[in-house]
Design a protein around this ligand. Sequence first.
Ligand SMILES: [Zn+2]
Length: 431
Amino acid sequence: MTNHIQPLCQSSSVFYRTRFFLAAALFCLLLLGNAVDSLAESPREYERAKDELTALQKDTRRSKWREPWEDLAERFMTVYEKQTQWRNRPAALYRSALALDELARRSGRGSDCTRAEARYRMLWEKHAASVLADDALYRAARLRAEKRRDQAGALKLLEKLCAEYPKGDMADEAAAYIRKLDPERKISKPDTEKKTKKAKGKAAQKGTFQFHVRRVLLDAGHGGRDPGTQHNGILERTVTLDLAKRVGSILAAHGMDVKYTRFSNRWVSLDDRADKVRTTRADLFISIHVNANPSPQVQGFETYYLDFARTSAASRLAAVENALKGRSAASREKLPASKLFQVQQQESARLARNIQSTTLGFLRKKKYATVDGGIKTAPFHVLRKSGVPGVLIEVGYCTNEREAAWLAQSAYRAQLARGIAYGILAYANRK
Ligand SMILES: [Zn+2]
Protein backbone atom coordinates (compact mmCIF):
# COMPACT_ATOMS: atom_id res chain seq x y z
CA MET A 1 0.00 0.00 0.00
CA THR A 2 2.57 2.54 1.00
CA ASN A 3 6.16 2.96 1.82
CA HIS A 4 5.20 3.83 5.39
CA ILE A 5 4.61 0.20 6.09
CA GLN A 6 7.97 -0.95 4.96
CA PRO A 7 9.77 -0.55 8.25
CA LEU A 8 7.20 -2.94 9.67
CA CYS A 9 7.45 -5.37 6.80
CA GLN A 10 11.20 -5.46 6.82
CA SER A 11 11.42 -6.49 10.42
CA SER A 12 11.58 -10.25 10.15
CA SER A 13 10.42 -10.88 13.70
CA VAL A 14 7.21 -8.96 13.04
CA PHE A 15 6.89 -10.73 9.74
CA TYR A 16 7.07 -14.17 11.34
CA ARG A 17 4.92 -13.20 14.25
CA THR A 18 2.21 -11.99 11.90
CA ARG A 19 2.53 -15.19 9.93
CA PHE A 20 1.96 -17.18 13.07
CA PHE A 21 -1.03 -15.00 13.83
CA LEU A 22 -2.39 -15.61 10.37
CA ALA A 23 -2.07 -19.37 10.78
CA ALA A 24 -3.92 -19.18 14.07
CA ALA A 25 -6.61 -17.02 12.53
CA LEU A 26 -7.03 -19.41 9.64
CA PHE A 27 -7.50 -22.27 12.05
CA CYS A 28 -10.25 -20.34 13.84
CA LEU A 29 -11.87 -19.55 10.53
CA LEU A 30 -11.89 -23.22 9.63
CA LEU A 31 -13.74 -23.97 12.84
CA LEU A 32 -16.22 -21.16 12.34
CA GLY A 33 -16.38 -21.26 8.60
CA ASN A 34 -19.19 -23.71 7.97
CA ALA A 35 -21.64 -22.17 10.36
CA VAL A 36 -21.08 -18.64 9.09
CA ASP A 37 -20.97 -19.49 5.39
CA SER A 38 -24.44 -20.89 5.22
CA LEU A 39 -25.89 -17.63 6.49
CA ALA A 40 -23.87 -14.96 4.83
CA GLU A 41 -22.10 -16.16 1.73
CA SER A 42 -23.72 -16.77 -1.59
CA PRO A 43 -24.01 -20.45 -2.47
CA ARG A 44 -21.56 -21.33 -5.21
CA GLU A 45 -24.34 -22.40 -7.52
CA TYR A 46 -25.95 -18.99 -7.14
CA GLU A 47 -22.72 -17.21 -8.06
CA ARG A 48 -22.25 -19.48 -11.07
CA ALA A 49 -25.78 -18.90 -12.31
CA LYS A 50 -25.37 -15.17 -11.72
CA ASP A 51 -22.26 -15.06 -13.90
CA GLU A 52 -24.04 -17.05 -16.59
CA LEU A 53 -27.01 -14.72 -16.49
CA THR A 54 -24.72 -11.73 -17.02
CA ALA A 55 -22.97 -13.51 -19.89
CA LEU A 56 -26.27 -14.51 -21.48
CA GLN A 57 -27.55 -10.93 -21.35
CA LYS A 58 -24.56 -9.88 -23.42
CA ASP A 59 -24.59 -12.85 -25.79
CA THR A 60 -26.51 -11.63 -28.85
CA ARG A 61 -26.74 -15.11 -30.34
CA ARG A 62 -27.61 -17.35 -27.38
CA SER A 63 -29.92 -14.81 -25.80
CA LYS A 64 -32.32 -15.38 -28.72
CA TRP A 65 -32.88 -18.96 -27.64
CA ARG A 66 -35.44 -20.01 -25.15
CA GLU A 67 -33.58 -22.78 -23.31
CA PRO A 68 -30.77 -20.81 -21.64
CA TRP A 69 -33.29 -18.48 -19.97
CA GLU A 70 -35.51 -21.34 -18.87
CA ASP A 71 -32.51 -23.21 -17.55
CA LEU A 72 -31.24 -20.24 -15.51
CA ALA A 73 -34.72 -19.50 -14.13
CA GLU A 74 -34.88 -23.07 -12.86
CA ARG A 75 -31.38 -23.03 -11.41
CA PHE A 76 -32.04 -19.87 -9.44
CA MET A 77 -35.31 -21.36 -8.27
CA THR A 78 -33.52 -24.49 -7.07
CA VAL A 79 -31.09 -22.35 -5.07
CA TYR A 80 -34.05 -20.47 -3.61
CA GLU A 81 -35.81 -23.67 -2.60
CA LYS A 82 -32.78 -25.49 -1.23
CA GLN A 83 -30.85 -22.72 0.54
CA THR A 84 -33.41 -22.12 3.25
CA GLN A 85 -30.79 -20.85 5.71
CA TRP A 86 -29.24 -18.37 3.34
CA ARG A 87 -29.92 -14.79 4.32
CA ASN A 88 -30.00 -13.49 0.75
CA ARG A 89 -32.33 -16.18 -0.47
CA PRO A 90 -34.86 -13.72 -1.98
CA ALA A 91 -32.11 -12.68 -4.41
CA ALA A 92 -32.27 -16.14 -6.01
CA LEU A 93 -36.03 -15.81 -6.40
CA TYR A 94 -35.61 -12.35 -7.87
CA ARG A 95 -33.07 -13.57 -10.40
CA SER A 96 -35.26 -16.48 -11.33
CA ALA A 97 -38.04 -14.00 -12.10
CA LEU A 98 -35.56 -11.82 -13.95
CA ALA A 99 -34.54 -14.69 -16.25
CA LEU A 100 -38.22 -15.32 -17.09
CA ASP A 101 -38.71 -11.58 -17.53
CA GLU A 102 -35.89 -11.43 -20.09
CA LEU A 103 -37.35 -14.44 -21.85
CA ALA A 104 -40.80 -12.81 -21.96
CA ARG A 105 -39.36 -9.61 -23.40
CA ARG A 106 -37.68 -11.56 -26.17
CA SER A 107 -40.43 -14.05 -26.97
CA GLY A 108 -43.31 -11.62 -26.49
CA ARG A 109 -45.47 -14.53 -25.37
CA GLY A 110 -48.23 -13.81 -22.89
CA SER A 111 -47.57 -17.07 -21.07
CA ASP A 112 -43.96 -16.07 -20.43
CA CYS A 113 -45.10 -12.73 -19.04
CA THR A 114 -47.51 -14.49 -16.70
CA ARG A 115 -44.81 -16.80 -15.38
CA ALA A 116 -42.36 -13.96 -14.79
CA GLU A 117 -44.99 -11.91 -13.00
CA ALA A 118 -46.03 -14.85 -10.82
CA ARG A 119 -42.45 -15.23 -9.70
CA TYR A 120 -42.10 -11.53 -8.96
CA ARG A 121 -45.36 -11.67 -7.04
CA MET A 122 -44.03 -14.56 -4.95
CA LEU A 123 -41.20 -12.25 -3.91
CA TRP A 124 -43.31 -9.33 -2.73
CA GLU A 125 -45.85 -11.61 -1.10
CA LYS A 126 -43.48 -13.99 0.70
CA HIS A 127 -40.66 -11.55 1.31
CA ALA A 128 -42.39 -8.21 1.75
CA ALA A 129 -39.52 -6.94 3.86
CA SER A 130 -36.85 -7.93 1.37
CA VAL A 131 -34.89 -5.15 -0.23
CA LEU A 132 -35.91 -6.59 -3.56
CA ALA A 133 -39.68 -6.53 -3.02
CA ASP A 134 -40.10 -3.07 -4.51
CA ASP A 135 -37.80 -3.92 -7.40
CA ALA A 136 -39.98 -6.95 -8.11
CA LEU A 137 -43.09 -4.76 -8.12
CA TYR A 138 -41.48 -2.29 -10.45
CA ARG A 139 -40.26 -4.91 -12.92
CA ALA A 140 -43.64 -6.64 -12.94
CA ALA A 141 -45.36 -3.32 -13.63
CA ARG A 142 -43.07 -2.56 -16.56
CA LEU A 143 -43.59 -5.99 -18.00
CA ARG A 144 -47.36 -5.42 -17.83
CA ALA A 145 -47.21 -2.03 -19.45
CA GLU A 146 -44.67 -2.82 -22.11
CA LYS A 147 -45.42 -6.41 -23.07
CA ARG A 148 -49.05 -6.97 -22.14
CA ARG A 149 -50.19 -3.45 -22.92
CA ASP A 150 -52.12 -3.56 -19.66
CA GLN A 151 -51.77 0.00 -18.45
CA ALA A 152 -54.36 -0.28 -15.70
CA GLY A 153 -52.67 -3.39 -14.27
CA ALA A 154 -49.28 -1.71 -14.40
CA LEU A 155 -50.57 1.40 -12.65
CA LYS A 156 -52.06 -0.72 -9.89
CA LEU A 157 -48.70 -2.36 -9.19
CA LEU A 158 -46.88 0.97 -9.29
CA GLU A 159 -49.31 2.53 -6.86
CA LYS A 160 -48.89 -0.40 -4.53
CA LEU A 161 -45.15 0.20 -4.70
CA CYS A 162 -45.47 3.92 -3.93
CA ALA A 163 -47.86 3.25 -1.07
CA GLU A 164 -45.98 0.42 0.60
CA TYR A 165 -42.40 1.39 -0.06
CA PRO A 166 -42.50 5.19 -0.12
CA LYS A 167 -38.97 5.43 1.20
CA GLY A 168 -37.55 2.59 -0.83
CA ASP A 169 -35.18 3.35 -3.63
CA MET A 170 -37.70 2.45 -6.34
CA ALA A 171 -40.35 4.95 -5.20
CA ASP A 172 -39.04 7.80 -7.35
CA GLU A 173 -38.78 5.65 -10.43
CA ALA A 174 -42.25 4.26 -9.86
CA ALA A 175 -43.67 7.77 -9.53
CA ALA A 176 -41.93 8.81 -12.73
CA TYR A 177 -43.31 5.78 -14.52
CA ILE A 178 -46.83 6.51 -13.29
CA ARG A 179 -46.53 10.03 -14.70
CA LYS A 180 -45.36 8.59 -17.99
CA LEU A 181 -48.29 6.16 -18.24
CA ASP A 182 -50.89 8.61 -17.01
CA PRO A 183 -49.79 12.24 -16.64
CA GLU A 184 -53.13 13.18 -15.06
CA ARG A 185 -52.93 10.67 -12.27
CA LYS A 186 -52.36 11.72 -8.70
CA ILE A 187 -49.82 9.65 -6.86
CA SER A 188 -51.34 8.39 -3.66
CA LYS A 189 -49.36 8.77 -0.49
CA PRO A 190 -49.56 6.13 2.20
CA ASP A 191 -52.30 7.37 4.50
CA THR A 192 -53.48 4.51 6.64
CA GLU A 193 -51.54 3.75 9.77
CA LYS A 194 -51.13 0.15 8.78
CA LYS A 195 -49.48 0.99 5.53
CA THR A 196 -47.12 3.48 7.12
CA LYS A 197 -46.14 0.97 9.71
CA LYS A 198 -45.43 -1.66 7.11
CA ALA A 199 -43.37 0.74 5.09
CA LYS A 200 -41.44 1.79 8.15
CA GLY A 201 -40.72 -1.81 8.99
CA LYS A 202 -39.40 -2.33 5.53
CA ALA A 203 -37.37 0.85 5.57
CA ALA A 204 -35.77 -0.18 8.83
CA GLN A 205 -34.95 -3.61 7.59
CA LYS A 206 -33.97 -2.18 4.30
CA GLY A 207 -31.36 -0.10 6.12
CA THR A 208 -28.53 -1.58 4.11
CA PHE A 209 -29.93 -0.26 0.86
CA GLN A 210 -30.73 3.26 1.87
CA PHE A 211 -27.47 4.34 0.29
CA HIS A 212 -28.26 5.87 -3.04
CA VAL A 213 -25.23 6.06 -5.21
CA ARG A 214 -25.10 9.24 -7.18
CA ARG A 215 -21.81 10.74 -6.20
CA VAL A 216 -18.54 8.86 -5.90
CA LEU A 217 -15.42 10.25 -4.28
CA LEU A 218 -12.27 8.83 -5.85
CA ASP A 219 -9.19 8.94 -3.71
CA ALA A 220 -5.85 8.57 -5.46
CA GLY A 221 -3.52 7.41 -2.70
CA HIS A 222 -0.53 9.57 -1.66
CA GLY A 223 0.66 12.50 -3.80
CA GLY A 224 3.03 15.46 -3.64
CA ARG A 225 5.61 15.08 -0.89
CA ASP A 226 4.24 11.60 -0.15
CA PRO A 227 5.26 9.43 -3.11
CA GLY A 228 3.86 6.21 -1.70
CA THR A 229 5.72 3.04 -2.51
CA GLN A 230 8.32 2.90 -5.26
CA HIS A 231 9.81 -0.23 -6.85
CA ASN A 232 10.63 -1.57 -10.30
CA GLY A 233 10.08 1.81 -11.90
CA ILE A 234 6.59 2.19 -10.44
CA LEU A 235 5.78 5.27 -8.40
CA GLU A 236 2.61 4.79 -6.39
CA ARG A 237 1.36 8.40 -6.37
CA THR A 238 1.49 8.52 -10.20
CA VAL A 239 -0.22 5.18 -10.80
CA THR A 240 -3.00 5.91 -8.31
CA LEU A 241 -3.78 9.30 -9.88
CA ASP A 242 -3.80 7.83 -13.39
CA LEU A 243 -6.19 5.08 -12.29
CA ALA A 244 -8.48 7.43 -10.38
CA LYS A 245 -8.85 9.63 -13.46
CA ARG A 246 -9.55 6.66 -15.71
CA VAL A 247 -12.13 5.23 -13.30
CA GLY A 248 -13.69 8.68 -12.93
CA SER A 249 -14.17 9.25 -16.63
CA ILE A 250 -15.91 5.88 -17.06
CA LEU A 251 -18.22 6.58 -14.11
CA ALA A 252 -18.99 10.06 -15.40
CA ALA A 253 -19.81 8.60 -18.82
CA HIS A 254 -22.39 6.45 -17.02
CA GLY A 255 -24.02 9.47 -15.47
CA MET A 256 -22.37 9.40 -12.07
CA ASP A 257 -21.23 12.51 -10.33
CA VAL A 258 -17.51 12.06 -9.71
CA LYS A 259 -15.36 13.93 -7.21
CA TYR A 260 -11.67 13.54 -6.46
CA THR A 261 -9.62 14.01 -3.32
CA ARG A 262 -6.84 15.19 -5.62
CA PHE A 263 -6.63 15.71 -9.35
CA SER A 264 -2.95 16.55 -9.58
CA ASN A 265 0.27 15.55 -7.93
CA ARG A 266 -0.29 17.21 -4.59
CA TRP A 267 -0.25 16.14 -0.99
CA VAL A 268 -3.56 15.75 0.82
CA SER A 269 -3.74 14.81 4.49
CA LEU A 270 -5.71 11.78 5.52
CA ASP A 271 -8.08 13.96 7.52
CA ASP A 272 -8.73 16.13 4.49
CA ARG A 273 -9.49 13.05 2.44
CA ALA A 274 -11.98 11.91 5.06
CA ASP A 275 -13.49 15.40 5.34
CA LYS A 276 -14.01 15.48 1.59
CA VAL A 277 -16.51 12.67 1.93
CA ARG A 278 -18.62 15.00 4.01
CA THR A 279 -18.04 18.24 2.12
CA THR A 280 -18.66 16.68 -1.29
CA ARG A 281 -21.63 14.71 0.10
CA ALA A 282 -20.25 11.62 -1.59
CA ASP A 283 -22.21 8.36 -1.43
CA LEU A 284 -19.18 6.15 -1.90
CA PHE A 285 -15.52 6.43 -1.11
CA ILE A 286 -13.01 4.58 -3.29
CA SER A 287 -9.35 4.74 -2.37
CA ILE A 288 -6.75 3.45 -4.83
CA HIS A 289 -3.29 2.24 -3.84
CA VAL A 290 -0.33 0.20 -5.03
CA ASN A 291 0.98 -2.49 -2.74
CA ALA A 292 4.48 -3.52 -1.72
CA ASN A 293 5.91 -6.50 0.11
CA PRO A 294 9.41 -7.49 1.20
CA SER A 295 8.93 -10.74 -0.66
CA PRO A 296 9.02 -10.20 -4.45
CA GLN A 297 6.88 -13.29 -4.95
CA VAL A 298 3.87 -11.74 -3.27
CA GLN A 299 1.37 -10.46 -5.85
CA GLY A 300 -2.32 -9.95 -6.47
CA PHE A 301 -5.25 -7.58 -6.69
CA GLU A 302 -6.93 -6.98 -3.32
CA THR A 303 -9.91 -5.04 -2.08
CA TYR A 304 -10.20 -3.94 1.55
CA TYR A 305 -13.25 -2.77 3.39
CA LEU A 306 -13.89 -1.43 6.84
CA ASP A 307 -13.90 -3.98 9.60
CA PHE A 308 -12.29 -4.77 12.89
CA ALA A 309 -10.98 -8.08 11.71
CA ARG A 310 -7.25 -8.20 11.45
CA THR A 311 -5.20 -10.30 9.17
CA SER A 312 -1.49 -9.66 9.26
CA ALA A 313 -1.50 -7.54 6.11
CA ALA A 314 -4.64 -5.77 7.22
CA SER A 315 -3.17 -4.72 10.54
CA ARG A 316 -0.15 -3.31 8.77
CA LEU A 317 -2.40 -1.29 6.51
CA ALA A 318 -4.51 -0.12 9.41
CA ALA A 319 -1.45 0.90 11.32
CA VAL A 320 -0.51 3.17 8.46
CA GLU A 321 -3.94 4.69 8.17
CA ASN A 322 -4.21 5.27 11.88
CA ALA A 323 -0.71 6.63 12.18
CA LEU A 324 -1.55 9.18 9.53
CA LYS A 325 -4.83 10.26 10.97
CA GLY A 326 -5.28 13.89 11.87
CA ARG A 327 -4.25 15.02 15.27
CA SER A 328 -6.84 17.69 15.95
CA ALA A 329 -9.49 15.96 17.98
CA ALA A 330 -11.74 19.01 17.75
CA SER A 331 -12.12 18.63 13.99
CA ARG A 332 -13.05 15.00 14.32
CA GLU A 333 -16.63 14.03 13.83
CA LYS A 334 -18.42 11.80 16.23
CA LEU A 335 -18.40 8.15 15.37
CA PRO A 336 -21.43 7.04 13.44
CA ALA A 337 -24.15 5.34 15.41
CA SER A 338 -23.54 1.64 15.78
CA LYS A 339 -26.36 0.84 13.42
CA LEU A 340 -25.07 3.07 10.72
CA PHE A 341 -21.68 1.57 11.23
CA GLN A 342 -23.03 -1.93 10.76
CA VAL A 343 -24.87 -0.96 7.59
CA GLN A 344 -21.84 0.85 6.29
CA GLN A 345 -19.79 -2.26 6.86
CA GLN A 346 -22.22 -4.59 5.10
CA GLU A 347 -22.51 -2.25 2.15
CA SER A 348 -18.76 -1.84 1.96
CA ALA A 349 -18.41 -5.61 1.86
CA ARG A 350 -20.86 -5.82 -1.01
CA LEU A 351 -19.06 -3.05 -2.85
CA ALA A 352 -15.75 -4.85 -2.30
CA ARG A 353 -17.13 -8.11 -3.70
CA ASN A 354 -18.42 -6.36 -6.80
CA ILE A 355 -15.14 -4.58 -7.44
CA GLN A 356 -13.00 -7.62 -6.79
CA SER A 357 -14.91 -10.01 -9.04
CA THR A 358 -15.57 -7.52 -11.84
CA THR A 359 -11.98 -6.34 -12.02
CA LEU A 360 -10.53 -9.85 -12.08
CA GLY A 361 -13.10 -10.78 -14.72
CA PHE A 362 -12.08 -7.82 -16.89
CA LEU A 363 -8.37 -8.59 -16.51
CA ARG A 364 -8.83 -12.27 -17.36
CA LYS A 365 -10.79 -11.29 -20.45
CA LYS A 366 -7.61 -9.61 -21.68
CA LYS A 367 -5.60 -12.72 -20.69
CA TYR A 368 -3.90 -11.15 -17.71
CA ALA A 369 -3.43 -13.91 -15.14
CA THR A 370 -3.64 -11.49 -12.22
CA VAL A 371 -3.65 -13.26 -8.88
CA ASP A 372 -6.86 -12.93 -6.88
CA GLY A 373 -5.60 -11.49 -3.62
CA GLY A 374 -9.15 -11.62 -2.28
CA ILE A 375 -11.33 -9.36 -0.22
CA LYS A 376 -9.87 -8.30 3.08
CA THR A 377 -10.83 -6.15 5.97
CA ALA A 378 -9.04 -3.49 7.95
CA PRO A 379 -10.20 -0.83 10.40
CA PHE A 380 -9.50 2.12 8.14
CA HIS A 381 -9.73 5.42 9.88
CA VAL A 382 -10.77 7.20 6.67
CA LEU A 383 -13.69 4.89 6.09
CA ARG A 384 -14.73 4.75 9.69
CA LYS A 385 -15.02 8.49 9.81
CA SER A 386 -16.81 8.79 6.52
CA GLY A 387 -20.05 7.02 7.46
CA VAL A 388 -20.54 5.94 3.85
CA PRO A 389 -19.61 2.65 2.22
CA GLY A 390 -16.11 2.57 0.93
CA VAL A 391 -13.22 0.40 -0.06
CA LEU A 392 -9.50 0.62 -0.42
CA ILE A 393 -8.18 -1.08 -3.53
CA GLU A 394 -4.65 -2.39 -3.73
CA VAL A 395 -4.27 -2.77 -7.47
CA GLY A 396 -1.07 -4.80 -7.36
CA TYR A 397 2.39 -5.26 -5.84
CA CYS A 398 5.06 -3.16 -7.48
CA THR A 399 7.62 -5.29 -5.62
CA ASN A 400 6.59 -8.16 -7.88
CA GLU A 401 8.27 -7.86 -11.27
CA ARG A 402 5.37 -9.15 -13.31
CA GLU A 403 2.81 -6.88 -11.67
CA ALA A 404 5.14 -3.90 -11.85
CA ALA A 405 5.55 -4.50 -15.60
CA TRP A 406 1.80 -4.69 -16.01
CA LEU A 407 1.18 -1.54 -14.01
CA ALA A 408 3.63 0.25 -16.29
CA GLN A 409 1.42 -0.61 -19.30
CA SER A 410 -1.33 1.81 -20.13
CA ALA A 411 -3.41 -1.05 -21.58
CA TYR A 412 -3.29 -2.86 -18.25
CA ARG A 413 -4.22 0.26 -16.30
CA ALA A 414 -7.09 0.90 -18.70
CA GLN A 415 -8.44 -2.58 -18.10
CA LEU A 416 -7.95 -2.25 -14.33
CA ALA A 417 -9.89 1.02 -14.40
CA ARG A 418 -12.69 -0.53 -16.45
CA GLY A 419 -12.98 -3.39 -13.97
CA ILE A 420 -13.08 -1.07 -10.97
CA ALA A 421 -15.59 1.29 -12.61
CA TYR A 422 -17.91 -1.49 -13.73
CA GLY A 423 -17.65 -3.06 -10.28
CA ILE A 424 -18.85 0.22 -8.79
CA LEU A 425 -21.64 0.47 -11.36
CA ALA A 426 -22.69 -3.10 -10.65
CA TYR A 427 -22.83 -2.29 -6.96
CA ALA A 428 -24.83 0.86 -7.60
CA ASN A 429 -27.30 -1.08 -9.73
CA ARG A 430 -27.46 -3.84 -7.12
CA LYS A 431 -26.24 -6.63 -9.31
ZN1 LIG B 1 -0.59 3.36 -0.57
